[in-house]
Design a protein around this ligand. Structure first.
Ligand code: CDP
Ligand code: CDP
Length: 218
């Protein structure tokens, strides 16, 4: 019997990983897990407990993460972006979250998006995608997702601030000693700068079909 299909979607912040991974999962009838939410939930817990994610161990909070935590509405705010990236650099935190992620896809496979899915969590995933785009394009996408006033007079300055934060977080994620952000050697890199989300999905589905043919699973 062939192994359940696992699709790893990695890449820098706001590249469109989640959007693609959710659509791929829908199209292929696979479960979907946004692994960034796990680190965000740990970061959120640290802040709520008055602990400093840059200086204090977060493993205790990582053990306490529940499925309810992942549904909280306050996980996508700038302070949690930073806290998530800081706790994600702690080896003990990652060690706790590895099992959660592997167990998720054990039975029925899945599409998982994050930073280290193809390199650490599922190094034997049948399909690995690395989704990227320039900092400028990613900052605009993230700003458009979160903007409360799209006609704000200081709109370009706001986008520039988002870009600076994304670049700083990517540098921290790519520069850390444990599970750094990088494309797996066998990942297919999709540079989405001039692509719509629909075009990225079509390209990803093409990659999945080619891989499935090669593996003889379809
Ligand atoms: O998960 P990640 O942080 O990589 O990105 P996301 O939350 O999926 O956000 C991507 C945003 O960019 C969404 O609002 C998408 O509609 C948009 N977008 C995209 O995902 N892919 C493109 N090729 C163009 C725009
Ligand atoms: O949506 P966005 O791409 O901005 O971030 P996210 O995917 O929600 O991840 C938030 C943070 O969690 C990242 O900046 C990483 O530091 C960390 N993370 C990680 O280390 N490994 C993962 N598999 C997923 C997220």
């Amino acid at each position: 019997m062939s192994r359940a299909l696992v699709i790893a979607v990695d890449g820098p912040a706001a590249a469109g990983k989640g959007t693609l991974a959710r659509r791929l999962a829908d199209a292929l009838g696979l479960p979907y897990l946004d692994t960034g939410l796990l680190y965000r939930a740990v970061g959120r817990r640290m802040l709520d407990a008055g602990l400093d994610p840059a200086a204090q161990p977060a493993d205790e909070q990582a053990r306490r993460v529940t499925p309810e935590d992942l549904k909280r509405g306050d996980l996508r705010v700038p302070e949690v972006d930073r806290a998530a990236s800081l706790v994600a650099a702690q080896q003990a935190v990652r060690a706790i979250l590895v099992d959660v992620q592997r167990d998720f896809a054990r039975a029925a496979g899945g599409v998982l998006d994050g930073r280290d899915i193809g390199t650490v969590i599922f190094p034997d995933a049948q399909v690995k995608l690395f989704i990227t785009a320039s900092p400028a394009a990613r900052a605009r996408r993230r700003w458009e997702q979160l903007a409360t006033d799209r006609d704000a007079p200081d709109r370009e300055a706001q986008i520039a601030r988002v870009e600076a934060e994304l670049v700083a977080r990517d540098a921290a994620d790519a520069g850390r000693a444990v599970a750094p952000l990088k494309a797996a050697v066998d990942a297919v890199v999709i540079d989405t700068d001039h692509m719509t989300a629909e075009q990225v999905l079509a390209e990803a589905l093409r990659v999945v079909r080619v891989r499935a043919d090669a593996l003889g699973t379809v």
